[in-house]
Ligand binder design. Structure first.
Ligand SMILES: [Zn+2]
Ligand SMILES: [Zn+2]
Length: 125
């Protein structure tokens, strides 16, 4: 059975005092929300669920979009994320497709996706 994510998201938005202005499609397709103070802004539903709120009202944003981008980058590079992303400068645990574990900051990972353990094995061979 298909869950009705549209009304589920609407409900979350409504509970926070926000209004959904455009139809919800997927967690990653942007919608327009109106905040309790009637600011309209574009947001990725997944970010709203993760706690990101109106950028005009809250100075503090948890940077959810960079989190999503990092998670996508991890998957694209064939890695697995083992600990949750917090910030670009905070270490996370990742595993390469051969199962080598390492700790790296998202910042570093963006510039160097190679697994040091795999590199070592390649040199040996
Ligand atoms: Zn607002
Ligand atoms: Zn490896």
């Amino acid at each position: 059975m298909k869950k009705n994510y549209d009304s589920e998201f609407k409900e979350i938005v409504y509970k926070e005092g926000y209004t959904l202005m455009t139809p919800y499609k997927t967690d990653l397709s942007k919608v327009i929300l109106s905040c309790p103070k009637r600011h309209k802004y574009l947001v990725v539903p997944k970010c709203f669920k993760n706690g990101d709120r109106c950028p005009f009202c809250s100075i503090k944003s948890i940077g959810c979009l960079s989190k999503i981008n990092f998670e996508i980058e991890i998957v694209k590079s064939g890695y697995k994320l083992l600990t949750p992303y917090v910030r670009n400068a905070i270490y996370v645990g990742v595993e390469c497709y051969l199962g080598h574990y390492r700790q790296v900051t998202p910042d570093k990972f963006k510039h160097d996706k190679r697994c040091p353990e795999c590199d070592r094995l390649k040199k040996k061979a």
